[in-house]
Design a protein around this ligand. Structure first.
Ligand code: M6R
Length: 595
């Protein structure tokens, strides 16, 4: 997830260190490139490149930068590979404007063509540059800055925030549409940033912006305008008292809980990105014509592959072979070739098991695509094309938002392969929010009820089989209990003998599978198990389960996706009840770069 920061002061002064420090405070969001620009009088000083803040700042001597205004940006690549030219901030055609954004402009490809056709100089592939040209377009027509931004706002589709400045002006301008933007007010400066923590060392007097608002920053104060009608908005600043650590967690007790609650927003972002991606059509075409299609990953990412394989079969009638990455070489490599396509899935893009499988597949001539969160990672560089997960930095070791965005991406690809209208998927973010609201209290109560058990089962069927495995992994990972994830119908083939009075068995249920699951519920409840059903409201589940966690109504495929949210929350609460830190479970690391 990118981050932006801008500052306006009274007169020209050293700003390089202030910008570097602000960039450092944004690094927790994840990034691959960094840039800084200062403005004073008719001069813009712009320095940027791929790399760590400390390295780029040292190489380009950020500390020497002076200005009356400054902008810094951390880039997490989505449009355009990580490179110096795609790094932000960006200039307009004449070098009079400089700006940077955070988020995704989903019509970037069309906009770039328009700008070039209108005679503007487009230097990069990056959508942050499109934000600058979108404003340039209306300034060139003689509009004032606020008018130009209002028009640009309507041209730039997607979720983003943006900060921009012009030579021979003494202000910065920023606007918000979907991505976070907070304003800071100091004694003789004002500043703006993607998030609150990066402002806190400078000031505690802040103003939060809403979507559709434009902020004009001057050294002695700010002015807020509505994009809709251009009218002035009056808002009193607030004074914040939280610590930096608490603020970085966004008010949540743990990163895991924060990341669970970010799922609706990142799902919206990945859907926007997929709608605007020029790569999706090519990937779909290749998949259509493939002899065999493999989805390959480890751990949570493998579970997403399993869900994806069911979606592809159910929606597009396309068989897919989901593979645990280390099993690819012994089980499939001897049979694959140039007619086959592999989609390699990894949050980090650095998992050695996945990279090993990729190497074997490439040696066999397979077409290899990536699906990764960390753009610029080894996986994204080594594949023909890698789709980004658009989740920003996932700090907590247990994967949550990256799993749901992997599943959302598979669902989207299945829809596209089937030629179905993907508009139906736009309901997902709101359904996720609704799910998190409605399941919060019952899941916390369930955690209390079953926490004493150190043996549990998590069962599912069809697409919820993947969800059951993922729920079991989350429970194992952060509660240290043994939780076995299984296909529900397999339970009677052996594990049934383990049932004793009160044994917790959780069933994740998609609508359509209820009759089958009712049998499973009865097989275990008649032997004394405590059977929990996670599914849409259905009298048959209420009548046959010991406990039900109700999901909002949706399609069978979306219902499976939603079922993972209560399982994530259940593992989180059980981890806390056991006195563990869910963010950093013992023995585990976020990225496994070993065999
Ligand atoms: O970065 P990757 O997605 O390739 O990581 C694969 C697994 O190590 C990872 O999903 C692991 O299972 C998670 N920590 C589970 O929450």
């Amino acid at each position: 997830m990118c981050g932006i920061f801008g500052i306006v002061t009274q007169k020209e002064q050293p700003l390089g260190q202030i910008l570097t420090d602000a960039a450092e405070r944004l690094t927790y969001r994840g990034y691959d490139s960094v840039g800084a620009a200062t403005l004073s009088g008719a001069k813009i000083d712009l320095r940027k490149d791929v790399g760590r803040v400390k390295d780029v700042a040292a190489q380009y001597h950020f500390a020497e930068m002076t200005g009356q205004r400054g902008i810094t940006q951390l880039r997490w690549a989505t449009f355009g590979e990580p490179s110096q030219v795609n790094s932000q901030p960006h200039l307009d055609s004449d070098g009079d404007l400089v700006g940077a954004h955070n988020g995704n402009v989903v019509n970037n490809v069309e906009l770039r063509q328009q700008f070039m056709a209108e005679g503007m100089t487009v230097r990069s592939m990056n959508d942050g540059e499109s934000c600058v040209h979108a404003v340039e377009r209306y300034l060139n027509r003689g509009e004032d800055f606020i008018q130009a931004i209002r028009h640009a706002y309507h041209d730039l589709q997607g979720d983003y925030s943006f900060v921009i400045g012009r030579i021979n002006d003494d202000k910065l301008y920023a606007f918000k549409k979907g991505s976070g933007l907070v304003v800071g007010l100091g004694e003789d400066f004002t500043c703006v940033s993607s998030d609150l923590p990066s402002l806190l060392p400078l000031t505690r007097k802040i103003m939060r912006l809403n979507d559709g608002e434009i902020i004009t920053l001057a050294a002695d104060g700010v002015e807020l305008h509505s994009v809709q009608n251009g009218c002035l908005i009056l808002r009193e600043p607030e004074t914040v008292t939280e610590t930096m650590n608490a603020v970085q967690k966004g008010g949540y007790a743990h990163f895991m809980l924060k990341e669970i609650h970010e799922q609706a927003q990142v799902a919206r972002e990945v859907l926007n990105m997929l709608n605007g991606s020029p790569d999706v059509a090519a990937v779909i075409e290749k998949m259509k014509n493939a002899r065999n299609l493999y989805f390959i990953g480890c751990g949570t990412s493998y579970h997403a592959c399993l869900a994806g394989a069911v979606y592809f079969a159910q929606l597009a009638g396309r068989a897919v072979i989901p593979v645990l990455a280390p099993q690819f070489a012994p089980q499939y490599a001897p049979t694959v070739g140039a007619q086959d396509v592999g989609l390699f899935v990894s949050q980090s893009g650095e998992t050695k098991d996945v990279l090993n499988a990729l190497q074997v597949a490439e040696e066999k001539g397979m077409t290899c695509y990536g699906l990764a969160n960390v753009i610029g990672s080894t996986l994204t560089k080594a594949t023909v094309c890698a789709l980004p997960l658009c989740c920003g930095y996932e700090i907590s070791v247990p994967a949550t938002k990256t799993f749901t965005n992997q599943v959302v991406t598979f669902l989207y690809l299945a829809y596209r392969l089937a030629g179905r209208d993907t508009a139906e998927l736009e309901t997902i973010p709101a359904l996720m929010t609704q799910t998190l609201e409605t399941v919060a209290a019952p899941v916390e109560a369930l955690a209390q009820k079953i926490n004493a058990w150190s043996d549990l089962y998590s069962l599912g069927y069809g697409a919820t089989y993947a969800i059951a495995l993922e729920g079991a992994l989350k429970l194992k990972e952060i509660t240290y209990a043994h939780c076995e994830g299984m296909l529900s119908t397999e339970f009677k083939h052996g594990p049934l003998s383990a049932v004793t009075k009160g044994l917790p068995i959780i069933f994740s249920v998609a609508p359509g599978d209820v009759p089958l699951i009712v049998s499973g519920l009865n097989e275990v409840t008649c032997r004394g198990a405590y059977a929990v059903a996670i599914g849409q409201d259905d009298p048959r589940l209420r009548a046959n389960a010991s406990d039900v966690i109700i999901l909002p109504d949706s399609t069978p495929q979306i219902a499976a996706l939603l079922a993972v949210l209560p399982l994530q929350l259940l593992s989180y609460h059980m981890s806390l009840l056991r006195g563990f830190d869910p963010d950093f479970p013992r023995n585990l690391s976020k990225t496994l770069t070993v065999d």
